[in-house]
Design a protein around this ligand. Structure first.
Ligand code: NAD
Length: 266
């Protein structure tokens, strides 16, 4: 019995994952590599010697700040020169911004929008010509629940993710003719990521904050746990694989139903 469904077999595919040092990006890089892809990770804060088998999986990691066009070009050139092409791009790098708009500085606005939106623009801009040369490709953007329904506690982050959803649909429409598919995933609260841990570290009561995240998502509530990075990676695998060949411009909520509305009372 083979572990990988033939429709999800990524043998001979070259993938770039931004922000792949930790969290969802790391889980995605590992899963795509397990399914046969040659994966290139670019992160501005790469973790040194990783013990999770990245060398066994032949994942190449390089320092890349997605806000800097020259860094993005270097990352994509590396995939092209060492891997021999580019089939898959996962625009995953992102930062949070929990602040009211009246307290946000111009630098903080730029940091959030530049990382979460401009980074995806730059990588997409440089990936598309390579994908066209190789007959097509698949791009997945890491949006968020906040991109579907804005939230009161993080207006700038919500703005960046809402714009990323619009970018996803727009580019999907423009480049369908090139056989390039563009989709987004919109996760709810995902545990075991640097971003989530940073939020939890700021909470007065960490356990209570975790419970609150779980309670907001109906399926997380019945499972009594947060969404895992691997569960988001599984959806990304579907979107980059041939199993989703007719799927473009969609935004899949991986949120246990959080964005459906007010959950039933416990
Ligand atoms: P994470 O902090 O573990 O991962 C983000 C990665 O992006 C880190 O490795 C970080 O070093 C990298 N990064 C940040 N700025 C960068 C830059 N300028 N250039 C290159 N790399 C950069 O958090 P995560 O939760 O795994 O986040 C991954 C994506 O998922 C983000 O886009 C985030 O907005 C989105 N997301 C996360 C959640 C969640 O609950 N954790 C929910 C919805 C969406």
């Amino acid at each position: 019995m083979t572990a990988v469904s033939p429709r999800c077999d990524l043998s001979n595919r070259i993938a770039v994952v931004t922000g792949g040092a930790t969290g969802i990006g790391r889980a995605t890089a590992v899963l795509l590599a397990e399914c046969g892809a040659r994966v290139f990770v670019g992160d501005y804060d790469p973790v040194e010697a990783i013990s999770d088998g990245t060398s066994r999986l032949n994942i190449t990691e390089t320092r890349c700040d997605v806000r800097v066009e020259a860094d993005i070009m270097k990352l994509i050139d590396l995939a092209e020169s060492e891997g021999g092409g580019l089939d898959i791009l996962v625009n995953n790098a992102g930062i949070g911004m929990v602040k009211q708009i009246t307290d946000v500085t111009e630098q903080e606005w730029d940091a959030c929008l530049d990382t979460n939106l401009k980074g995806a623009f730059l990588a997409t801009k440089h990936a598309i010509p390579r994908m066209k040369t190789h007959g097509g490709g698949s791009i997945v953007n890491l949006a968020s629940n906040a991109g579907i329904l804005p939230r009161a506690h993080d207006p700038v982050y919500s703005t960046s993710k809402g714009a990323l959803v619009a970018f996803t649909k727009s580019i999907a429409l423009c480049h369908s003719i090139d056989r390039i598919r563009v989709n987004a995933v919109c996760p709810g609260p995902v545990g075991d990521t640097r971003m989530m841990n940073a939020d939890l570290d700021k909470a007065d009561d960490r356990e209570a904050a975790i419970k609150q995240f779980i309670a907001a998502s109906p399926i997380a509530r019945v499972a009594e746990r947060m969404i895992s990075p691997r569960e988001v990676a599984e959806a990304i695998l579907y979107l980059v694989s041939d199993a989703s060949f007719m799927v473009t411009g969609t935004c899949i909520a991986i949120d246990g139903g959080k964005s459906l509305g007010v959950p039933p009372s416990a």
